[in-house]
Design a protein around this ligand. Structure first.
Ligand code: AMP
Ligand code: MG
Length: 432
């Protein structure tokens, strides 16, 4: 893949500094109309496409999304098997005394038709020699010289029947499923050792803002610690991905030079995330930078609280977001926007709103903007968390859901049914 920074979109000339400044001022004076939350989510869903799938060994497939449906190549189990150590006899054999005619261990395969009064000693897991047998537990018989009597009658058949788990051709794991440990074990069971899955994603995440210092550094007056880098890195964890993170200077010319040196990283990137500089201030160059990187910007504002200055762009199958710098805005924008894009790139169903009930009143002041309100989902109830601005840094540490509060909603009593987005990695495909 060729580097995209220096050339921008095909046929497009690089921006000059003056053009950039003019654009910033023009944008500040005439900001494009913000789209609604619904429009933003729909646009991301529509414009993001699944990446080209690849076949990988099971060992590297955890968390990937299956890009083919896998069906049972044969009955599972493939034959009747004993679930006990004991004696296999005909299911309706009226005999009182049974002759042991053979012994079968788990690895044995010795088909034979049993006759009335005959029994085969079987170990747990052993393939039964013919259909229509039951297994008497060894604890329930009295043996003598190669024969036995049943001393404690049982009703259980103590066998797994051929095809009882899934018949041949039955659907095992559907296309679009995120592979967890159990599903990988199922694929191994049927010999699907190179499943077709989405590729590992490559994400470039750039922070901006001269006030931002690494978290291990003591901030001087006016400085703040970078919390967005670890937030983004952690939120990306459910999607197997390679993440490259670095900080950009808050000067467009210097930022461009820094990006030119990152052409190899950009060339590999399926997704570019830029934290901060997404608004319309003089130093907010995220939109221009993404354009120079070759992305077509589809929207740059969402009529939402928090998270209004959100930029979304695409270039072919590659996706970019400019995220408002405040950590709570990051958290919110990740869950309603970035997570949709990630799900689409990976080829799984994007996260959707669920329905739930407020466990406590929501006494929010009327807001003319739709709000995604941080909340804690405990059991069946949703507890709205207190927050006052997108600069709040404590509430999202407790949040595991975002309540969708329409514009101009009056205070809501406890018990009100509301839409919410899960915000604790519990995307539907991880749950199932
Ligand atoms: P911006 O979107 O660039 O206007 O940034 C808005 C605010 O977000 C800034 O004033 C910072 O307080 C905060 N901020 C920006 N970047 C970060 C970061 N990496 N970590 C924590 N806070 C940040
Ligand atoms: Mg900034």
């Amino acid at each position: 893949m060729k580097a995209t920074f220096a050339t921008g979109a095909p046929g497009q000339q690089p921006y000059s500094e003056m053009e950039t400044q003019r654009n910033n001022l023009a944008a500040a004076e005439h900001p494009p109309a913000p789209c609604s939350l619904k429009e933003a989510m729909a646009a991301i869903q529509r414009l993001c496409e699944p990446l080209v799938a690849e076949r990988v060994p099971l060992e590297t497939a955890l968390g990937r999304v299956l890009r083919e449906s896998v069906c049972a190549p044969e009955d599972i189990p493939a034959c009747d098997r004993s679930t006990r150590d004991g004696y296999a006899i005909l299911q309706h054999d009226p005999a009182q005394v049974f002759q042991v005619v053979d012994t079968l261990y788990a690895a044995d395969w010795k088909p034979r038709q049993l006759k009335p009064g005959e029994a085969v000693r079987v170990a747990t897991g052993a393939a039964l020699p013919c259909a229509g047998l039951r297994v008497v537990m060894q604890e329930n018989v009295a043996t003598q010289d190669g024969s036995f009597r049943i001393v404690t009658p049982e009703t259980a058949l103590n066998r797994r029947q051929r095809g009882e788990d899934v018949p041949a051709g039955g659907l095992l794991v559907p296309l679009g499923t995120r592979l967890n440990a159990g599903k990988l074990a199922l694929l191994a069971t049927v010999g699907c050792v190179q499943p077709r899955v989405n590729p590992r994603l490559c994400v470039v995440h750039l922070t901006t803002g001269d006030e931002v210092v690494p978290p291990e550094q003591t901030p001087l007056p006016g400085q703040i610690r970078d919390s967005n880098s670890i937030l983004i890195r952690s939120l990306l964890q459910p999607w197997p991905c390679d993440i490259f993170q670095t900080h950009l200077p808050e000067d467009f010319a210097l930022a461009k030079t820094a990006c030119e040196k990152l052409s190899a990283e950009f060339a590999r990137a399926d997704m570019v995330l830029i934290s901060g500089g997404a608004s319309v201030g003089e130093k907010d160059f995220t939109s221009q930078l993404l354009t120079r990187l070759g992305f077509t910007i589809h929207f740059s504002q969402v009529n939402l609280r928090p998270g209004k200055p959100l930029i979304f762009g695409t270039q072919g199958r590659r996706v970019a977001f400019g995220l408002p710098g405040n950590p709570l805005s990051h958290f919110v924008c990740f869950h309603f926007a970035v997570a949709i894009a990630l799900a689409r790139l990976a080829g799984e169903a994007p996260p959707q709103f669920w329905r739930g009930r407020l466990a406590a009143p929501l006494t929010a002041a009327l807001c003319p903007r739709e709000t995604l309100w941080p909340a804690r989902r405990e059991g069946a109830g949703l507890l709205p968390l207190p927050w006052s601005s997108s600069g709040d840094v404590t509430c999202f540490a407790a949040a595991n859901a975002l309540l969708r509060v329409p514009a101009n909603t009056p205070p809501l009593p406890a018990g009100t049914e509301v839409d919410f987005l899960p915000a604790d990695f519990q995307l539907p495909s991880i749950l199932t």
